[in-house]
Design a protein around this ligand. Structure first.
Ligand code: ADP
Length: 463
């Protein structure tokens, strides 16, 4: 089971803090111990130097002539000896239990005799007390001897012990307080997240207008809330557009069905319909059925494009060739509408889906032929520049009102719905064109003015 982020954060923080405190504590103890031992060594040095000074004049009574402070310490804590090169105790001062035997081993003695100053930590006496000893040879005429001074490390050990006890009790208490503080801070920092989670859980498809309250924290949490709200906005837009789409599609599908139903009703009420009447009725019904079939095809195409299922079979595509084919195919339709149609322009090639681009071209040319009206001209021209190539379908028809231009590529939009539906338009053609061109990474736009005709342009990236 994953622990809550508050607990995990606190645990990580605590673990890191314990490591830091323990490492710091160990360093402090070791450092203090070494400093204290250095101080003891220094006092041993000066004591040994003073004793050695007393022996410079010749053999005299051995005494520890340490400074006043050392004089005042108990004998168990300091000791001094003079040893023969073989390790026999000549003179001694301090606790007899310590000084009746040499304070250093044979190795230390030999080193001191060779003139090397020897400092070592040793365990002495029946209680196994820690001492620091210093040995040096006494330069005396005739006989050489070794002076050994020792000082107990009891004070050092007890200081270190006190410090360790202090750390051992202080660190857990500090960690406990830090854990509590860390947990409170993490809880406070994450409280807006819990609130946002609760608010987000309440938002369902029927409440997409709701938004999460944005905390004025000016940090990642505020950004997260804003991002979630933006996402909700986009979702709301998407759902609203789907709802409109379904409503518009149902409405548009009802129109031919209503027409068919009323024509059939009239037919049923007429006692003797006659062959001519029956044919007319069936022909009209067939037209409505064709319209519905076309609309369903368009809807399916749009749905697959918007669902990201439009697979473009890209390949080198000659736009000039496509324009020629489309014009040839629609020439009879244009003639039937009294429209003159032509193709011209420069060679233009792109990497694209030839079938889908033909669909766009055919749609634009069909529209021009449909809406321009008899006696007009429709021209398809192709062009090519450095990075782009495309085509323009222009007509000399009545043009499009400026207020309609921004909506022209919207689904189900028709400039004059009644007139257009009479001409069997679904209002999906330009929306499909926009999606196909968009899938190619291109642009589609229109230039039109009332009475000045319209020209629909498509620009596609060449690679
Ligand atoms: P449809 O042609 O099925 O109605 P489209 O999406 O192809 O749907 O076109 C949307 C609307 O744009 C049309 O209903 C028509 O009013 C207008 N339109 C399109 N092309 C032209 C044109 N060449 N001249 C005038 N109006 C046009």
């Amino acid at each position: 089971m994953k622990l809550p982020i508050k607990v995990r954060l606190t645990a990580w923080y605590l673990m890191l803090l314990s490591v830091i405190l323990v490492v710091f504590g160990v360093f402090l103890v070791l450092r203090l111990r070494s400093d204290l031992i250095d101080a003891v060594d220094q006092s041993l040095e000066s004591r040994a130097a003073q004793i050695a000074l007393g022996y410079q004049g010749g053999d005299q009574n051995f005494q520890d002539v340490s400074d006043a402070s050392l004089q005042s310490v108990t004998p168990a804590e300091t000791a001094a000896q003079r040893l023969t090169p073989t390790g026999i105790v000549l003179d001694a001062t301090g606790d007899p239990a310590l000084t009746d035997k040499p304070l250093i081993d044979a190795q230390g003695l030999a080193a001191a005799l060779q003139g090397r100053r020897t400092v070592a930590s040793v365990v002495l006496g029946p209680d196994g007390e820690h001492f620091r000893v210093l040995a040096l040879s006494l330069p005396q005429a005739g006989r050489s001897s070794v002076l050994v001074v020792a000082s107990s490390l009891e004070d050092v050990d007890s200081s270190i012990h006190r410090l360790v006890v202090l750390f051992a009790t202080g660190i857990p208490v500090a960690l406990l307080l830090a854990a509590l503080g860390g947990w409170l801070i993490a809880r406070k920092a994450l409280r807006p997240v819990s609130r946002m989670t609760a608010e987000a859980e309440e938002i369902r498809a029927d409440r997409l207008k709701d938004r999460i309250a944005i905390p004025a924290t000016d940090d990642e949490i505020e950004r997260l809330a804003r991002t979630l709200n933006d996402m909700l906005g986009r979702l709301e837009e998407g759902v609203e557009s789907q709802r409109r789409f379904v409503a518009d599609a149902s409405h548009d599908m009802r129109t031919p069905l209503t027409v068919m139903a009323s024509e059939i009703d009239v037919g049923l009420e007429t006692h003797r319909l006659g062959e001519k009447g029956a044919r007319e009725l069936l022909a009209s019904n067939r037209e409505q059925v064709e319209w519905m079939a076309r609309m369903i095809d368009d809807l399916l195409t749009l749905a697959s494009i918007e669902g990201g299922q439009l697979e473009l079979l890209r390949g080198p595509t000659d736009l000039q060739g496509l324009a020629g084919d489309v014009v040839a195919r629609l020439e009879s339709l244009a003639a039937a509408n009294g429209v003159r149609i032509s193709a011209n322009g420069r060679p233009a090639s792109v990497i694209g889906d030839a079938d889908r681009l033909t669909q766009v071209l055919a749609n634009l040319v069909e529209n021009a032929v449909k809406y321009a009206g008899a006696g007009t001209e429709v021209c398809v021209s192709t062009w090519q520049r450095d990075r782009e190539a495309g085509f323009i379908v222009s007509d000399t028809g009545p043009g499009i009102p400026p207020e309609a231009v921004p909506h022209l590529f919207d689904r189900f939009f028709r400039v004059d719905a009644t007139r257009s539906s009479a001409r069997q338009g679904s209002g999906l053609g330009l929306a499909i064109c926009r999606e196909i061109v968009g899938a190619h990474g291109g642009r589609i736009w229109v230039d039109s003015s009332i009475g000045g005709g319209s020209s629909f342009s498509v620009a596609l990236p060449r690679s």
